[in-house]
Every structure is written in C-alpha cells, then in structure tokens.
Design a protein around this ligand. Sequence first.
Ligand SMILES: [Zn+2]
Ligand SMILES: [Zn+2]
Length: 353
Amino acid sequence: MLMLRCPRCRCVADLDALTCTACDLALGFHPPTLTMMQSPPDGVRLGEQRWRPCANRERLDCNWLSGSDVETEECFACDVVRRRPDADEESAWRKLAEASIPKRRLLTQLAVLGLPVATFRDEAGGLAFDLISSRSSGEDVTIGHASGVITIDLVESLDEVREQNRIRLGEPYRTMLGHFRHEAGHYYQWKLVEQTARIDACRELFGDERASYADALDRHYEEGAPQGWEEAHISEYATMHPWEDFAETFAHYLHITDTLTTVALGGVVLKAERSDGVLERDVLPRATYVDARIEDVLDDWHWLSLLLNRASRAMGRSHLYPFTIAEPVVAKLAFVHEVLTAVGRDTPRPILR
Ligand SMILES: [Zn+2]
Ligand SMILES: [Zn+2]
C-alpha cells in the first residue's frame, strides 16, 4: 500500500523497519507524510517541529516518530492505545510489541484510504485500543469492538495459541492483522454506516444488525455455519450475525486492496502472452483503486490471487488467500468500497499527528 524507501540509499524499507537493511541508517516513520525518514536519537527538525523517536522505540520496536507539539513522548500509534499490560509484565510486553506491528499497519492503511482516525483523546467514541493479555492479566479478554474501543487479547500473538484456535474453529486463515482489520470493520460500520443514512442499504445486503447478538452467538457455537454458507458469505464466521458479516467483508476489502497495491508498487504486471494461455488478459495491479469499480478490483485480484496461491504452495505453505468470493459477496464488497471511497473523497485526508 505504501512503498517506503530509505532516505539515504533509496533501498525499499519494510513498514516496521528500524534500520535500513542496506546502509544501516536508523529509520523512523513520519506519520503526517507517511514516509520513512532518518531517525537520529535526538530527532529530526521539520519546519517548526522536531520529530523524535517514539518513547517505545526500544521496548516495543516502534519505528514511528513523535512530534514535539504533543505532550506525550509516544507516537500516534502508541498513543491510541488506551490500555496495555503493566510495565513490569515482561512477557506481555513482548506480545504487545508483536501485536503493535499489525496495529501500525492498520493505522497506516486507514490513513492511506482517507478514513477518519480521531482517537478517544480527541472525541467521545474516538478510536482506542485495549491491548491486554488474558494470560498475564488473569482477566477474561474478549477480542471485539464497543463504542470505538477495539480490544485484542495479546495471547493471540503467540503462534501456538493462534494456530490452536484456528484449528479448533475450523478457520482457513487467522492472523493478528486479520483481527485488527476485522475489529476496525466493526468500528467503521458503527461510525460511517449505522450513524448515517447508509444503514438502510447496509441492512439490505448484510441483514438487520438489530437482531439479538447473544442468540446469534449461541446458535453459531452450537450449530456452526448453515449448509451452503459459502454461497453468500466470505467466511463461516460471517454467517453468525450481520455485524460479523460486515466486519469480515471489511477485513477482506483491506486484505485485497493492501495486497494488490503492494504488488503494484513493486512493479508487477502479469503478461497474458507469457502465461501459456492461463491468463485471459494482461493484469496490471494499480497503486490505488479509489477510482476503480469493485469489479475491476476483484478481477485483478482473481488473477493475482490465483498466482500468489500457487507461489505460496511452491514454498510448502497453504494458499495465501484461501477464500472464494461468491456473487452476493461481490455486492457486499461493493458496498464497503463505495462507503470507503466516498468518505475518502469527501473528507480531507486525516493527518496522523
Ligand atoms: Zn539505506
Ligand atoms: Zn510508538
């Protein structure tokens, strides 16, 4: 979604890079411009402001820069966390560092898409993260969203725990980034759909979200997804309740557009003439799909995901994208696409401070 470069040697840098892999320069992500900068210990001066390394650079490997005009010494991505483990919970902090990578990726993508990212510090019902571990806190922690607050159980960042849950629940895909994107889907449905005139069109596609969630939860864990669920849903979990259907669809929209634009910025073009008849046309993934129709997004994704699935198998892994998108799901993705692009167009691009 962003092609970040080392400012000194122009080598490509990962979103979470702390140093350049080629020239060893200390790197810092500058949230307002979504670019990678040099990050000396005392910060860099840009105009009126000094941008310093986030206070959590050492402990959480946070590579974001923090502006001198804010009170906190934490960056925007850290400052949006409302609850985190106590400072002396060493193992929970390691999991927090792990979970902070997909959290920063989500926030970056939201900014790229132009979605509002006012936090709980700016307004009531603003975005907040409670990142706590059910293991070290002894609390019951349920992954979910309520009134702007996204809760993530940090124990899910342990591979063995997440994989066990994935198998137990029969899911083909379970990642921390997937959790963050799914919960963000709940947040934006609440914010951009339920509190607006878009709710009627949303109910037509996803169902009435006023249906009892507790009943739906019980039914889902007793009976599982109904037969033929894949004909109208992106995942089994999406069948549980209209809220879950929207959140799953939203997460997939972010998965698909992030992967397509990442590949596009890497210069990938699929040439039909070189594919021995596999491709019906050349496929040119785009750096942005803001002005595209959902059909164009999904047509590019169709060909690209087939290739990426084969590539993943070549590495001895399962499919990169283990889902099929049925026609009714296209309509749901179209709704998400229309809402997000309309919001992105109509509001000034949010500046991550
Ligand atoms: Zn470099
Ligand atoms: Zn930070």
